[in-house]
Design a protein around this ligand. Structure first.
Ligand code: ZN
Length: 159
Protein backbone atom coordinates (compact mmCIF):
# COMPACT_ATOMS: atom_id res chain seq x y z
CA UNK A 1 0.00 0.00 0.00
CA UNK A 2 1.45 3.34 -1.11
CA UNK A 3 0.07 6.71 -0.07
CA UNK A 4 -0.01 10.34 -1.00
CA UNK A 5 -0.94 12.66 1.85
CA UNK A 6 -2.23 16.19 1.45
CA UNK A 7 -0.64 19.31 2.98
CA UNK A 8 -2.66 18.99 6.19
CA UNK A 9 -1.10 15.61 6.95
CA UNK A 10 2.66 16.23 7.24
CA UNK A 11 3.01 14.58 10.64
CA UNK A 12 0.95 11.60 9.60
CA UNK A 13 3.22 11.20 6.55
CA UNK A 14 6.28 10.95 8.78
CA UNK A 15 4.62 8.41 11.00
CA UNK A 16 3.67 6.29 8.02
CA UNK A 17 7.28 6.43 6.81
CA UNK A 18 8.43 5.34 10.25
CA UNK A 19 6.26 2.29 9.85
CA UNK A 20 7.85 1.66 6.46
CA UNK A 21 5.02 2.85 4.22
CA UNK A 22 5.92 4.62 1.00
CA UNK A 23 4.22 7.97 1.58
CA UNK A 24 4.46 11.00 -0.65
CA UNK A 25 3.73 14.30 1.10
CA UNK A 26 1.96 16.62 -1.30
CA UNK A 27 2.47 20.22 -0.18
CA UNK A 28 0.63 21.83 -3.08
CA UNK A 29 -2.93 23.03 -3.08
CA UNK A 30 -3.94 21.65 -6.45
CA UNK A 31 -6.21 18.69 -5.69
CA UNK A 32 -6.37 17.80 -9.38
CA UNK A 33 -2.59 17.47 -9.57
CA UNK A 34 -2.59 15.36 -6.41
CA UNK A 35 -5.10 12.97 -7.98
CA UNK A 36 -2.97 12.79 -11.14
CA UNK A 37 0.11 11.90 -9.09
CA UNK A 38 -1.85 9.26 -7.18
CA UNK A 39 -2.99 7.68 -10.45
CA UNK A 40 0.48 7.74 -12.00
CA UNK A 41 2.09 6.07 -9.00
CA UNK A 42 -0.79 3.90 -7.82
CA UNK A 43 -1.14 5.69 -4.49
CA UNK A 44 -4.04 5.92 -2.09
CA UNK A 45 -4.93 9.54 -1.32
CA UNK A 46 -5.09 10.60 2.31
CA UNK A 47 -6.83 13.90 2.76
CA UNK A 48 -8.53 16.15 5.26
CA UNK A 49 -10.54 17.71 2.46
CA UNK A 50 -14.11 16.45 2.71
CA UNK A 51 -14.97 17.88 -0.69
CA UNK A 52 -12.50 15.77 -2.61
CA UNK A 53 -14.59 13.34 -4.67
CA UNK A 54 -13.18 10.39 -6.62
CA UNK A 55 -13.57 11.14 -10.32
CA UNK A 56 -12.84 7.64 -11.55
CA UNK A 57 -13.81 4.31 -10.01
CA UNK A 58 -10.14 3.47 -9.49
CA UNK A 59 -9.35 6.57 -7.45
CA UNK A 60 -8.92 5.61 -3.83
CA UNK A 61 -9.47 8.50 -1.45
CA UNK A 62 -9.45 8.15 2.30
CA UNK A 63 -10.77 11.05 4.34
CA UNK A 64 -8.94 11.45 7.59
CA UNK A 65 -11.33 12.71 10.25
CA UNK A 66 -9.06 12.96 13.30
CA UNK A 67 -6.94 16.05 14.09
CA UNK A 68 -4.25 14.49 16.23
CA UNK A 69 -1.53 12.65 14.21
CA UNK A 70 -1.48 9.66 16.56
CA UNK A 71 -5.26 9.33 16.38
CA UNK A 72 -5.00 9.68 12.60
CA UNK A 73 -2.66 6.71 12.58
CA UNK A 74 -5.14 4.78 14.67
CA UNK A 75 -7.94 5.80 12.35
CA UNK A 76 -6.04 4.29 9.40
CA UNK A 77 -5.50 1.09 11.34
CA UNK A 78 -9.18 0.88 12.19
CA UNK A 79 -10.12 1.48 8.58
CA UNK A 80 -7.85 -1.41 7.63
CA UNK A 81 -5.50 0.74 5.51
CA UNK A 82 -2.36 -0.05 7.48
CA UNK A 83 -1.21 -2.57 10.01
CA UNK A 84 1.25 -2.30 12.86
CA UNK A 85 2.72 -5.66 11.92
CA UNK A 86 4.41 -4.57 8.73
CA UNK A 87 7.54 -6.39 7.69
CA UNK A 88 9.76 -3.37 7.21
CA UNK A 89 9.24 -0.78 9.86
CA UNK A 90 12.01 1.79 10.29
CA UNK A 91 13.34 1.21 6.79
CA UNK A 92 12.62 4.59 5.20
CA UNK A 93 14.08 8.11 5.45
CA UNK A 94 11.53 10.28 7.22
CA UNK A 95 12.44 13.29 5.10
CA UNK A 96 12.89 11.79 1.64
CA UNK A 97 10.62 8.74 1.77
CA UNK A 98 13.33 6.55 0.20
CA UNK A 99 14.61 3.25 1.60
CA UNK A 100 17.70 3.63 3.80
CA UNK A 101 20.73 1.37 3.37
CA UNK A 102 22.80 -0.34 5.99
CA UNK A 103 26.34 1.08 6.04
CA UNK A 104 29.60 -0.22 7.50
CA UNK A 105 29.77 0.84 11.14
CA UNK A 106 33.02 2.83 10.62
CA UNK A 107 31.24 5.08 8.16
CA UNK A 108 29.06 6.46 10.92
CA UNK A 109 31.95 7.40 13.18
CA UNK A 110 32.17 11.14 13.67
CA UNK A 111 28.82 11.65 11.97
CA UNK A 112 26.74 10.64 14.96
CA UNK A 113 27.24 11.57 18.62
CA UNK A 114 30.05 9.48 20.18
CA UNK A 115 27.83 7.83 22.76
CA UNK A 116 25.44 6.73 20.03
CA UNK A 117 28.33 5.34 18.02
CA UNK A 118 29.50 3.25 20.96
CA UNK A 119 26.02 2.06 21.89
CA UNK A 120 24.75 1.09 18.47
CA UNK A 121 25.91 -1.79 16.29
CA UNK A 122 24.11 -1.00 13.07
CA UNK A 123 23.76 2.21 11.12
CA UNK A 124 21.81 3.15 8.03
CA UNK A 125 22.11 6.00 5.59
CA UNK A 126 19.64 7.74 3.35
CA UNK A 127 21.01 7.57 -0.21
CA UNK A 128 19.31 10.86 -1.03
CA UNK A 129 19.98 13.28 1.84
CA UNK A 130 22.81 11.37 3.55
CA UNK A 131 21.12 11.45 6.96
CA UNK A 132 22.34 8.65 9.22
CA UNK A 133 19.88 6.51 11.09
CA UNK A 134 20.27 3.95 13.80
CA UNK A 135 17.83 1.72 15.58
CA UNK A 136 17.09 4.25 18.25
CA UNK A 137 16.42 7.20 15.95
CA UNK A 138 12.76 6.69 15.50
CA UNK A 139 12.25 3.22 16.83
CA UNK A 140 12.00 4.23 20.44
CA UNK A 141 9.54 6.98 19.69
CA UNK A 142 7.46 4.80 17.44
CA UNK A 143 7.42 1.80 19.74
CA UNK A 144 6.07 4.05 22.44
CA UNK A 145 3.31 5.22 20.13
CA UNK A 146 2.46 1.74 18.96
CA UNK A 147 2.26 0.64 22.59
CA UNK A 148 -0.08 3.55 23.34
CA UNK A 149 -2.28 2.58 20.43
CA UNK A 150 -2.47 -1.05 21.54
CA UNK A 151 -3.35 0.07 25.04
CA UNK A 152 -6.12 2.33 23.73
CA UNK A 153 -7.49 -0.53 21.63
CA UNK A 154 -7.55 -2.98 24.50
CA UNK A 155 -9.35 -0.41 26.63
CA UNK A 156 -11.99 -0.04 23.97
CA UNK A 157 -12.50 -3.77 23.73
CA UNK A 158 -13.09 -3.95 27.44
CA UNK A 159 -15.52 -1.02 27.47
ZN1 ZN B 1 16.71 11.35 3.26
Amino acid sequence: MKFIADRMLGKLSKQLRMLGYDTLYYRGEDAHQMIQLARQEGRVILTRNTKLIPKRPNDRIIRVMEDNPLLQLRELIQKGCISLNEENPFSRCLLCNVLIDEIPREEAEGKVPDFIFYMQKTFYKCPQCGRIYWQGTHQWNMQKRVAELRLAESREHRA
